[in-house]
Design a protein around this ligand. Sequence first.
Ligand code: C2G
Length: 134
Amino acid sequence: MVATVITFGTFDVLHVGHVRVLNRSAALGDRLVVGVSSDALNFSKKGRNPVFSQDERVEIVSSLKVVDTVFVEESLEQKREYVLEHQADILVMGDDWTGKFDYLSDICKVIYLPRTPSVYTTAIIEHISATGMG
Ligand code: C2G
Protein backbone atom coordinates (compact mmCIF):
# COMPACT_ATOMS: atom_id res chain seq x y z
CA MET A 1 0.00 0.00 0.00
CA VAL A 2 1.21 3.48 -0.88
CA ALA A 3 1.35 5.87 2.09
CA THR A 4 0.41 9.43 1.20
CA VAL A 5 1.68 12.33 3.32
CA ILE A 6 0.05 15.77 3.23
CA THR A 7 1.43 19.03 4.60
CA PHE A 8 0.51 22.71 4.37
CA GLY A 9 2.29 26.03 4.40
CA THR A 10 2.83 29.39 2.77
CA PHE A 11 6.39 28.59 1.68
CA ASP A 12 7.12 32.25 0.91
CA VAL A 13 10.80 33.07 0.22
CA LEU A 14 11.69 29.38 0.36
CA HIS A 15 14.40 28.66 2.93
CA VAL A 16 16.14 25.73 4.61
CA GLY A 17 13.42 25.38 7.30
CA HIS A 18 10.86 24.78 4.53
CA VAL A 19 13.11 22.36 2.66
CA ARG A 20 13.80 20.33 5.79
CA VAL A 21 10.16 20.00 6.78
CA LEU A 22 9.30 18.91 3.22
CA ASN A 23 12.15 16.39 3.08
CA ARG A 24 11.24 14.97 6.47
CA SER A 25 7.55 14.81 5.54
CA ALA A 26 8.38 12.97 2.30
CA ALA A 27 10.50 10.47 4.22
CA LEU A 28 7.44 9.44 6.28
CA GLY A 29 5.64 7.99 3.25
CA ASP A 30 5.73 7.25 -0.49
CA ARG A 31 3.95 10.30 -1.91
CA LEU A 32 4.02 13.93 -0.71
CA VAL A 33 1.09 16.28 -1.30
CA VAL A 34 1.54 19.95 -0.37
CA GLY A 35 -1.18 22.55 0.19
CA VAL A 36 0.24 26.00 -0.50
CA SER A 37 -1.69 28.81 1.22
CA SER A 38 -3.49 31.16 -1.15
CA ASP A 39 -2.58 34.85 -1.13
CA ALA A 40 -5.96 35.63 0.44
CA LEU A 41 -5.48 33.07 3.24
CA ASN A 42 -2.00 34.43 3.89
CA PHE A 43 -3.27 37.99 4.08
CA SER A 44 -5.99 36.99 6.52
CA LYS A 45 -3.46 35.19 8.78
CA LYS A 46 -0.52 37.60 8.62
CA GLY A 47 -1.97 40.94 7.51
CA ARG A 48 0.44 41.26 4.60
CA ASN A 49 0.83 39.82 1.15
CA PRO A 50 3.54 37.23 0.61
CA VAL A 51 6.64 38.35 -1.34
CA PHE A 52 5.93 35.70 -3.98
CA SER A 53 2.43 35.22 -5.39
CA GLN A 54 0.57 31.95 -4.90
CA ASP A 55 1.25 30.95 -8.51
CA GLU A 56 4.98 31.51 -8.00
CA ARG A 57 4.97 29.67 -4.67
CA VAL A 58 3.10 26.74 -6.24
CA GLU A 59 5.65 26.65 -9.08
CA ILE A 60 8.60 26.73 -6.68
CA VAL A 61 7.26 24.00 -4.35
CA SER A 62 6.20 21.86 -7.35
CA SER A 63 9.75 21.90 -8.67
CA LEU A 64 11.18 20.18 -5.56
CA LYS A 65 11.96 16.54 -6.23
CA VAL A 66 10.40 15.24 -2.99
CA VAL A 67 7.05 16.88 -3.82
CA ASP A 68 4.55 14.91 -5.93
CA THR A 69 1.38 17.03 -5.92
CA VAL A 70 0.68 20.68 -5.06
CA PHE A 71 -2.66 22.43 -4.64
CA VAL A 72 -3.76 25.82 -3.32
CA GLU A 73 -5.05 25.82 0.26
CA GLU A 74 -7.93 28.30 0.35
CA SER A 75 -8.98 27.94 3.98
CA LEU A 76 -7.59 26.52 7.23
CA GLU A 77 -11.02 25.05 7.97
CA GLN A 78 -11.03 22.81 4.90
CA LYS A 79 -8.25 20.51 6.16
CA ARG A 80 -10.61 17.55 6.51
CA GLU A 81 -11.78 17.89 2.88
CA TYR A 82 -8.20 18.21 1.64
CA VAL A 83 -7.06 15.12 3.59
CA LEU A 84 -9.96 13.07 2.20
CA GLU A 85 -9.67 14.42 -1.35
CA HIS A 86 -5.96 13.53 -1.55
CA GLN A 87 -6.44 10.26 0.37
CA ALA A 88 -3.70 11.23 2.80
CA ASP A 89 -2.67 8.74 5.46
CA ILE A 90 -0.45 11.14 7.41
CA LEU A 91 -0.82 14.89 8.04
CA VAL A 92 2.45 16.61 8.95
CA MET A 93 2.73 20.12 10.39
CA GLY A 94 5.53 22.08 12.06
CA ASP A 95 5.37 22.09 15.85
CA ASP A 96 4.19 25.70 15.89
CA TRP A 97 0.83 24.04 15.12
CA THR A 98 1.02 21.37 17.87
CA GLY A 99 -2.42 20.16 18.92
CA LYS A 100 -4.27 22.30 16.34
CA PHE A 101 -5.05 19.43 13.98
CA ASP A 102 -5.46 16.54 16.42
CA TYR A 103 -9.19 16.55 15.58
CA LEU A 104 -8.26 14.94 12.24
CA SER A 105 -6.74 11.88 13.88
CA ASP A 106 -9.96 9.95 13.15
CA ILE A 107 -9.07 9.98 9.42
CA CYS A 108 -5.25 10.17 9.37
CA LYS A 109 -2.18 10.05 11.54
CA VAL A 110 -1.23 13.59 12.71
CA ILE A 111 2.47 14.33 13.21
CA TYR A 112 4.12 17.59 14.30
CA LEU A 113 7.78 18.02 13.38
CA PRO A 114 10.13 20.37 15.23
CA ARG A 115 10.75 23.63 13.35
CA THR A 116 14.26 24.53 12.25
CA PRO A 117 15.37 27.13 14.82
CA SER A 118 16.28 30.74 13.95
CA VAL A 119 15.02 30.74 10.33
CA TYR A 120 11.99 32.90 9.60
CA THR A 121 10.72 34.37 6.33
CA THR A 122 9.92 37.64 8.14
CA ALA A 123 13.48 37.87 9.51
CA ILE A 124 14.92 37.17 6.04
CA ILE A 125 12.80 39.96 4.52
CA GLU A 126 13.88 42.37 7.31
CA HIS A 127 17.53 41.41 6.84
CA ILE A 128 17.38 42.07 3.09
CA SER A 129 15.65 45.42 3.63
CA ALA A 130 18.11 46.46 6.37
CA THR A 131 21.19 45.65 4.31
CA GLY A 132 19.85 47.60 1.36
CA MET A 133 19.88 44.57 -0.93
CA GLY A 134 16.18 44.80 -1.60
N1 C2G B 1 9.00 25.62 9.10
C1 C2G B 1 10.02 24.98 9.79
N2 C2G B 1 11.09 25.71 10.25
C2 C2G B 1 11.15 27.03 10.04
C3 C2G B 1 10.13 27.70 9.34
C4 C2G B 1 9.05 26.96 8.88
O1 C2G B 1 9.99 23.76 10.01
N3 C2G B 1 12.22 27.69 10.53
C5 C2G B 1 7.85 24.84 8.64
C6 C2G B 1 6.54 25.26 9.31
O2 C2G B 1 6.42 24.67 10.59
C7 C2G B 1 5.53 24.71 8.33
C8 C2G B 1 6.26 24.86 6.97
O3 C2G B 1 7.65 25.04 7.26
O4 C2G B 1 5.28 23.33 8.57
C9 C2G B 1 5.73 26.06 6.21
O5 C2G B 1 5.92 27.20 6.99
P1 C2G B 1 5.13 28.53 6.66
O6 C2G B 1 5.30 28.86 5.24
O7 C2G B 1 5.47 29.56 7.69
O8 C2G B 1 3.64 28.04 6.83
P2 C2G B 1 2.47 28.72 7.62
O9 C2G B 1 2.35 30.14 7.22
O10 C2G B 1 2.63 28.34 9.07
O11 C2G B 1 1.21 28.01 6.96
O12 C2G B 1 -2.62 25.36 6.99
C10 C2G B 1 -1.49 25.79 7.65
C11 C2G B 1 -0.81 26.91 7.01
O13 C2G B 1 -0.93 26.92 5.62
C12 C2G B 1 0.64 26.89 7.47
